[in-house]
Every structure is written in structure tokens, then in C-alpha cells.
Design a protein around this ligand. Structure first.
Ligand code: NAD
Ligand code: ZN
Ligand code: ZN
Length: 396
């Protein structure tokens, strides 16, 4: 089959690889019909190279048709239409039963000291072959795949794999009080969807920050009060402008949907580049001990949120030696919640929103749909945010 493989820094290629097959009774094999490209894939593309191996199959936002199931998967059969969550979880361990499938004790990557295995996401997360491919082997298929109805196009459901539960969890963790205010930093697919969900779920005002004009326009068209980072001399000015709109206090909660590749962190950018250019043998131990994130967005979030407010970090961070302003965080009495999204924790709550009325605007959420063969161009375009690319889906 054809699959998108990681080959090196900023180098992905579509290659012929062996077809996946059932290896465990709890496996399924799914023929992929749509597969998303995510901000998290961009981290692998350029920053987390120390944890990748040439030939790794990328992708964690797939849906398709079940081709074959093992004997331990009673609720799925060939022909079912399913969305595959980005994390692999068993559904029966203590963590899964406590609504934390990202920490599944059956699939935890204990050798690396990490949580549940993820599709297509570095050896830290199990180096499991991903879903930007014609076929995908789905381990723990007795729990993961979400059955969806026939009829509507894939666009209606594909975001259940990641974007929707991730944005949903970001908003749930932000815990905006009734009539309260929320700021969302970063208006990529995750931040954009978090704004939509916050509006649908009753946040009184949503402020959105980014520096890419079409991303700001998209959010504004849906009632978000947008702020273009480039209009402000520095972070302090931006924070002051939003504070002015919230009785001088700052919003009740801030979602950081930017993560480790934030614009405006020049020194950390250099450190990340240096680490990603080291030979892999040196790069990985270095990254495991000394890596730092580009923290511009997180610093803004800490400054911006009102005293006693909540930070919901959904953008991925990976630093092991990040300097944080603990004095401010402690003094402001912040609550901070973060992590990978627990997909099955939220998917049943989200499904009722995926209707013909389309309150979250999923049907035209993707800006680009390309054949899988054009994955190298898709990655480049999404990284450079060129050609108006916000969300890219690929068709195998
Ligand atoms: P993206 O890269 O398209 O979005 C990031 C956005 O942040 C961009 O629009 C960029 O212009 C903007 N930005 C950069 N620096 C900024 C700054 N200083 N202030 C404000 N905005 C800034 O990616 P995405 O797909 O929307 O993903 C966003 C983040 O969420 C990534 O870190 C991704 O890894 C993470 N993510 C997390 C989970 C999870 O389960 N927690 C799941 C999916 C994605
Ligand atoms: Zn993703
Ligand atoms: Zn489990």
C-alpha cells in the first residue's frame, strides 16, 4: 500500500510499504477514506526529529471502512464506517474506566515513561504506524473506533479523531463560568474549533489571537473578537488591549492552542533548531534532558488570564527544562489543566452536534483536500500557512 513516511527534517515521502494485517485478536484493519494533517504532525516534521526514525508512517486523524476484524472485536464488522481516535486505549483498565484513555495502562509506553500509545507519533508514543496511508492496523479496536452513520460526507465526522475532542476538552478544561469570557491563543484548526465550541456552549465573549489574516477572518466571521498579534508592539500591549475589554481583569480562562512552535520566541527557536539538527544519537538524550519550548504563547496566557482564572493548555509542549514564571503563576493563583485529548471521553457528547444544521461548521472546515500522493506539498503548505491553508484533508 501507499503511506506517508517521515524521512528526515522537513522531508516526508509517499512510499510503497507492506499492507498491515491483523496481528492480535483485538486488531482491526481499516481502509482509510480521509485523513487529516495536524499541527502535531508539524512538530514531527521539524522539531521532534530526534524521536523519529526514517520510514515511520505518519498520521493520526483517519477515518474509513473496516476491512477486517480480529476475533476479540465483537462490535465491529467489515463494512462499518468508523473514525479512529488518535490515541490507542483499551477501554477496560483503571485509567480508561476513569475517563483518561490518554493514560491507558494497557498501551502506556512505559519504556519511555509516557502515556498511551498514539498513532504516527514518535518512539516516545510507541512508534505505531499512522493513518496517512491506504490502510491502518488499529490495535485495541474493541474500544477505539467510533462507528458513524452512512450518508454525510467524511468531512462531517473525520474531526472526531482529534480536532473536535481536542477543542472540546480545551473548552471543558477552561471551565468558563456562565456568562464568562475566554481568550483563545492560536486560531489554527484546534483554536478555531475551540472558539466555535465555546460559543455554542455559552461563553459570553470569546477573544481570539493569531497573526495569520485568513485565520483571524475565519474566526471573526463566527463571532470571535479577534486580535492580530502583528498590530501590537509587544505582548504587554496585546494583553492590555484584551484586559480593557474585561473590566481590567483579563478573561476568566485562556486556551493556549499554539504550543511549542510559538511565534516570537527567538532564543528557544534557535535551541530547537540546533537540537533537531544534531545526529539522532545525540539529539534524543539532549532533548530528553535539556529541551526547551518556544514559550511566547504560554507567557502571554499566564499574563493575560485574570487572577484566579484557568489556563487550558492544549497546544503540545515537550520541553524538559522550560523556565516558567512561578512567582506570577503562584501569586495570581492560576489553575492549569493540560494534556492530550481523551477522545472517547468526549465523543458521545460531540456526536449530537454533527448534524445537517452543522452548528460547528465541520462540513466546510477543511480549506484543502488533496490526494495522499501530494502529501509532501500538503505538509509544506500547512507549515508555511500558504495558499490559505488552515485544515488539510487527504484522500488515499
Ligand atoms: P497550527 O500550527 O495550525 O496552529 C497554531 C496557530 O498558532 C497558528 O495559526 C499560528 O499562526 C498561531 N500562533 C503562533 N504563535 C502564536 C502566538 N505567539 N500567539 C498567538 N498565536 C500564535 O496547528 P493546530 O492543528 O491548530 O494545532 C495547535 C496545537 O495543538 C499544536 O501544538 C498541536 O500539536 C496541538 N494539538 C494538541 C492536541 C491534544 O490532544 N492536546 C491535539 C491536536 C493538536
Ligand atoms: Zn491531530
Ligand atoms: Zn486502558
Amino acid at each position: 500500500m501507499k503511506a506517508v513516511t517521515w524521512q528526515g527534517r522537513r522531508d516526508v515521502r509517499v512510499e510503497e510499504v507492506p499492507d498491515p494485517r491483523i496481528e492480535e485478536p483485538t486488531d482491526a484493519v481499516v481502509r482509510i477514506t480521509s485523513t487529516g494533517l495536524c499541527g502535531s504532525d508539524l512538530h514531527l516534521y521539524e522539531v521532534l526529529t530526534a524521536f523519529m526514525t526514517p520510514g515511520d508512517i505518519l498520521g493520526h486523524e483517519p477515518m474509513g471502512i473496516v476491512e477486517e476484524v480480529g476475533a476479540g472485536v465483537p462490535d465491529l464488522s467489515a463494512g462499518d464506517r468508523v473514525v479512529v481516535p488518535f490515541q490507542i486505549a483499551c477501554g477496560g483498565c483503571w485509567m480508561c474506566l476513569n475517563a483518561l484513555p490518554t493514560q491507558c495502562e494497557t498501551t502506556q509506553v512505559t519504556g519511555e515513561g509516557m502515556g498511551a500509545a498514539l498513532f504516527g507519533y514518535t518512539r516516545l508514543y510507541g512508534a505505531v504506524p499512522g493513518g496517512q496511508a491506504e490502510y491502518l492496523r488499529v490495535p485495541q479496536a474493541q474500544f477505539g473506533p467510533i462507528k458513524v452513520p452512512e450518508g454525510p460526507p467524511d468531512d462531517r465526522f473525520v474531526y472526531l479523531s482529534d480536532v473536535l475532542p481536542t477543542a472540546w476538552q480545551a473548552v471543558a478544561y477552561a471551565d468558563v463560568p456562565p456568562g464568562g469570557t475566554l481568550a483563545v491563543l492560536g486560531l489554527g484548526p484546534i483554536g478555531d474549533m475551540a472558539c466555535r465550541i465555546a460559543r455554542v456552549r455559552g461563553a459570553e465573549r470569546v477573544f481570539g489571537v493569531d497573526l495569520v489574516p485568513e485565520r483571524l477572518r475565519r474566526a471573526k466571521a463566527r463571532g470571535v473578537e479577534t486580535y492580530d498579534l502583528r498590530d501590537y508592539a509587544d505582548e504587554k500591549e496585546l494583553v492590555a488591549a484584551i484586559r480593557d475589554e474585561t473590566d481590567g481583569r483579563g478573561p476568566d480562562a485562556v486556551v493556549d492552542a499554539v504550543g511549542t512552535e510559538a511565534h516570537g520566541s527567538a532564543a528557544a527557536r534557535l535551541a530547537q533548531q540546533a537540537a533537531s539538527l544534531l545526529p539522532r544519537k545525540l539529539g534524543a538524550p539532549f532533548a530528553e534532558r535539556f529541551s526547551v519550548d518556544r514559550l511566547a504563547a504560554l507567557y502571554t496566557a499566564i499574563d493575560l488570564v485574570r487572577r484566579g482564572g484557568t489556563l487550558s493548555l492544549v497546544g503540545v509542549y515537550g520541553g524538559m527544562a522550560d523556565p516558567l514564571p512561578m512567582l506570577t503563576m503562584f501569586d495570581k493563583q492560576l489553575q492549569i489543566r493540560m494534556g492530550q485529548a481523551n477522545v472517547r471521553r468526549w465523543s458521545d457528547e460531540i456526536l449530537p452536534y454533527l448534524t445537517d444544521e452543522d452548528p460547528l461548521g465541520v462540513d466546510d472546515f477543511a480549506t484543502h483536500r488533496l490526494p495522499l500522493d501530494e502529501a509532501p506539498r500538503a505538509y509544506e503548505m500547512f507549515q508555511h500557512k500558504s495558499d490559505g491553508a488552515v485544515k488539510v484533508l487527504m484522500t488515499p
